[in-house]
Ligand binder design. Structure first.
Ligand code: GCU
Length: 422
């Protein structure tokens, strides 16, 4: 099936039909760039050549052409534990809230990121945790009147109790279906979450809000074309949360799994690529700009994502709209940047917008890098049956159903973490 939209939001393509392809037979012929051939044309044959030459090359290509470079300065950062109770979830969990305060050079600009932690009450140290952003505030993941209600800007949503861009009491617990806190804690893991909009509100305001302005040079108004967009800012925020976790004696610093869904799955992948402190990286239905190969142009395309969400990637990325074959990278190389750490890619059968097959193939084509580093990535080369997890250090499943995070997904992530961390 081919769907044609007449796209009018972007000045670059007014009146041009935007073709969304859902037909395998119409995927353009493509050659993927080889993760193991360096820019000098030579084959990378040793782990040290990967680590010293090829990995840095790929990181800088993804940074310059796609997500945008992180700032090279530090900001001032303070942590404050604002609550800590030991009898949450009927005594099963210890619940903590922590504020990360970030401020620029002269304290004129600042941002606050509020973190919520649920940790198994019976364990006093070395707790492996899952870290993932939520879409509607910490109070939305669990119906608990003691969780601080977010006061940040939020997309309006009557179903989730968000009015006039602010959360209301009705918002509590509205996303709990996606966050099986009890199941996670009972399995001996902690859950750490924060609202992604604390780091950068998810609308295009020309980068005046969120963390971007903390780093502007005198008179700078927006990131340069090679500098970070919102996904990179969210990824950077995950690293700041990791900075806090390194100071929390309850948490096992070497057992932090970073997880994200959809745009936040794109974010967890970039966080995992750029910050090797993350022990495991999970992409849930991340699709275009995440795990899905761009060159397949199946479902969402670069033109579509850069038009609908012009703030997500860096300015340079729009150059590749309808020119995927000119990209010096593709998303299997993003997956390869996790190697040798375990990475899990999850798709949903009905989520064709995110191109499940393109997500699977990214894992398959990242496998040679894992092999070079002495790990079995994934040996399957054909799409597995629905609801059949496959792979070793590169895990994959395509769940039945829609674009979402379900208990089935979490069960696989817990099993994957058990397998690799215990
Ligand atoms: C849109 C967008 C996707 C994104 C998703 C989400 O559907 O096109 O790229 O992953 O939103 O984050 O929910």
């Amino acid at each position: 099936m081919t769907v044609v939209f007449l796209w009018t939001h972007s000045t670059t393509c007014i009146g041009q039909p935007l073709v969304i392809n859902y037909d395998e037979a119409k995927i353009p012929a493509y050659n993927l760039p080889d993760p193991l051939i360096a820019e000098n044309g030579l084959l990378v044959q040793t782990p040290s050549a990967w680590n010293q030459i090829r990995r840095p090359e790929l990181l800088s290509l993804f940074s310059r052409e796609m997500f945008g470079a992180f700032p090279d300065r530090q900001v001032k950062m303070e942590f404050e534990v604002t609550s800590d109770v030991t009898d949450a979830l009927d005594g099963l969990a210890r619940r903590k809230e922590v504020t990360i305060r970030l401020s620029g050079k002269d304290d004129k600009k600042s941002a606050e990121v509020k973190i919520l932690l649920y940790l198994p009450a019976k364990i006093n140290s070395n707790i492996p945790v899952f870290l993932g952003y939520n879409f509607y505030g910490n109070h939305s993941i669990q119906d608990d009147p003691d969780i601080t209600l977010s006061t940040s800007w939020m997309r309006n949503n009557s179903e989730y109790g968000v009015k006039e861009n602010r959360a209301t009491e009705a918002s509590r617990g509205t996303r709990s279906e996606r966050w099986p806190v009890k199941m996670i804690v009972e399995r001996g893991y902690g859950l750490v979450t924060a609202y992604y909009g604390d780091v950068d509100p998810d609308f295009h305001d020309g980068w005046q809000n969120g963390v971007h302005p903390l780093f502007y040079r005198e008179s700078q108004q927006a990131p340069e074309p090679h500098q970070w967009g919102s996904i990179a800012a969210w990824a950077w925020g995950l690293s700041r949360i990791m900075d806090y976790l390194e100071t929390d004696a309850l948490v096992a610093q070497n057992k932090v799994t970073v997880m994200g869904h959809s745009r936040l799955g794109k974010t967890s992948l970039w966080a995992g690529a750029t910050d090797t402190r993350f022990a495991i990286v999970i992409s849930n239905n991340s699709g275009c700009g995440g795990a899905a190969l761009s060159r397949r142009a199946f479902g969402e395309t670069l033109r579509r994502i850069n038009s609908s969400f012009p703030h997500w990637f860096c300015g340079n990325f729009a150059y590749y709209n309808d020119r995927e074959s000119l990209l010096p990278i593709d998303q299997h190389q993003l997956i390869a940047l996790m190697a040798p750490r375990p990475v899990y890619i999850a798709s949903a059968q009905e989520d064709r917008w995110a191109d499940p097959k393109g997500e699977f193939l990214s894992g398959v084509h990242a496998d040679p890098v894992y092999r070079l580093l002495g790990k079995n990535g994934i040996s399957e080369t054909e799409m597995p049956e629905v609801n059949q997890p496959v792979g070793d250090s590169i895990g994959y499943h395509m769940r039945s159903g829609k674009h979402n995070v379900t208990d089935f997904d979490w069960q696989q992530y817990l099993q994957f973490a058990d397998r690799h961390l215990k």
